[in-house]
Write a protein that binds this ligand. Structure first.
Ligand code: PEP
Length: 254
């Protein structure tokens, strides 16, 4: 059964103490997840160990890094390698968030290197794709996201890519309060799955979770997650409020 995932992206928010309280408030509710359901907290690097120790071993709650460097190691002051994350027993890493593509000049080819390093280090990439507003307005979103997948992922073997998580995040909906409609979300998720199926076959495409990201909130998560090709969400703003993120976790399909 395909995984369903509620993934929090804290970005550069919260002090250590605020983060600890937020985790406590969410985890104290002990929401029981089915075996194919996961909750992932993509937290700032200094909070990874705290998050790892707060989530109980053997549950379906996991910490994730928000980024990693595209080189294995070396003279890259201030950067964090995938090997370092692996040495902390981190199992998930967000790769190619639109903010990093925009502000840090991350290209599809750099992201291919990050994805490779993640898999070599037993870390599942949460690979973000999604179009800016002018591309959506021109109606070219399908070609845009297909190119992102092709240039960053399609060198992978089927037995490798089947383990990835994809997050479709239309840039015009991130942090703007604008959410894609359920029809828009389902349409492009279905398209992304068809692109994966064309390259790798239906069986592989059917295994890959495709999350929606872009102003997911407590009051729209259930409707978005009910779409057949939406397998959960990558959530920014609403993941910083315990009561909201709790509702988003609960919105995963039964
Ligand atoms: C994100 O950071 O990936 C995101 C989707 O943010 P928000 O939920 O705030 O739009």
């Amino acid at each position: 059964m395909r995984k369903q995932i509620a993934a929090a992206n804290w970005k550069m928010n919260l002090t250590y103490q605020q983060g600890e309280k937020l985790l406590d408030d969410i985890l104290d509710t002990k929401i029981k997840l089915a075996s194919h359901q996961l909750t992932i907290f993509a937290v700032p690097y200094p909070y990874l160990l705290l998050t790892r120790s707060e989530v109980e071993e053997g549950t379906n709650y996991f910490p994730a890094a928000q980024n990693c460097h595209h080189k294995k190691s070396g003279a890259y002051t201030g950067e964090i390698s995938v090997e370092m994350l692996h040495s902390l027993n981190i199992k998930y890493c967000v790769v190619g968030h639109s903010e990093r593509r925009d502000y840090n000049g991350e290209t599809n080819s750099m992201l291919a290197d990050k994805v490779n390093l993640c898999f070599e280090n037993f870390i599942t990439p949460i690979f973000c794709c999604g179009e800016p507003l002018h591309i959506r307005e021109a109606g070219s979103q399908n070609d845009f996201v297909a190119t992102q997948l092709r240039e960053s992922l399609f060198h992978l073997e089927p037995q490798v890519i089947k383990n990835i998580i994809i997050a479709y995040e239309p840039i015009w909906a991130i942090g703007t309060g604008k959410t894609a409609s359920t029809e828009q979300a389902q349409e492009i998720h279905k398209y992304l799955r068809s692109v994966l199926a064309k390259q790798y076959g239906e069986a592989v495409a059917d295994e890959i979770p495709i999350l929606y990201g872009g102003s997911v909130k407590a009051n729209n998560a259930k409707e978005l997650f009910s779409c057949p090709d939406v397998d959960g969400g990558l959530v920014g703003g609403a993941s910083l409020v315990a009561a909201d993120f709790i509702e988003i976790i609960k919105a995963l399909k039964k």
